[in-house]
Design a protein around this ligand. Structure first.
Ligand code: ADP
Ligand code: ZN
Length: 212
């Protein structure tokens, strides 16, 4: 059985793009706490209403709210997951082990990239409202403006991909990532990949990490 995979990396470092490939080529299930939270907001649930303002500002939702959401949406007995967006701080790393993974084998991979490159990537990111394909106006623009190449649906911009919120998200990342990396490193569970490489090359390094 392959290990449960934990993707660590700044907003815009490419975790979502790579997760989609791991799902289609290696049979993983993708679980993104950001996606789960956005779904709650869209549905208008009490939880969604509670977290909306925090997410719009680019700050972190409280650890236990996210943990609960994560736990009620995954079943480790029958699936191999890619955890994307959790853990985001040292406390969450401990919660993931103690409350979610328990004795499941797991491995963390850090998407290394120069953080100064990321603001531009995020501000230019667009997502297909139909199939979820991710575009970038700088490096992977759709053939026709605003329209998905794959399914023809409209491209949308995430509400938190604006300049001000992006700045906060990157700052929050800088402030919280080191203890998370040290946590996994200390246990020999951390791999690092160069996330500034082209998507195919990043995928190859990622695949190697899943075989360890
Ligand atoms: P990104 O990694 O690009 O910032 P995500 O979709 O993972 O995007 O997260 C979007 C927002 O959702 C975050 O800015 C934060 O407010 C909230 N969020 C997602 N995951 C967590 C988490 N594990 N803990 C706290 N807040 C989270
Ligand atoms: Zn599409």
């Amino acid at each position: 059985m392959k290990p449960q995979l934990i993707l660590l990396g700044a907003p815009g470092s490419g975790k979502g793009t790579q997760a989609a490939r791991l799902v289609s080529e290696l049979g993983y299930e993708h679980i993104s706490t950001g996606d789960l939270l956005r779904k709650e907001i869209k549905s208008g649930s009490e939880l969604g209403q509670r977290v909306q303002g925090i997410m719009d500002e680019g700050k972190l939702v409280d650890d236990h709210t996210v943990l609960e959401l994560l736990n009620s949406n995954c079943d480790l007995k029958s699936n191999q997951y890619i955890f994307d967006g959790f853990p985001r701080n040292h406390e969450q790393a401990k919660l993931l082990d103690g409350e979610v993974l328990k004795d499941a084998k797991s491995r963390a991979v850090y998407f290394e990239i120069d953080l100064d490159m990321l603001a531009a990537r995020l501000i230019n990111r667009r997502t297909c409202s139909g199939c979820g394909e991710i575009y970038n106006l700088l490096s992977k623009a759709p053939a026709k403006e605003g329209v998905c190449d794959k399914c023809g649906a409209e491209l949308t911009q995430r509400k938190d991909d604006n300049e001000e919120t992006v700045k906060t998200r990157l700052q929050v990342f800088k402030d919280t990532v080191e203890p998370v990396l040290s946590y996994y490193e200390a246990e020999g569970r951390l791999g690092r990949i160069d996330a500034s490489a082209a998507p195919d090359a990043v995928f190859d390094s990622l695949k190697k990490q899943t075989e360890l």
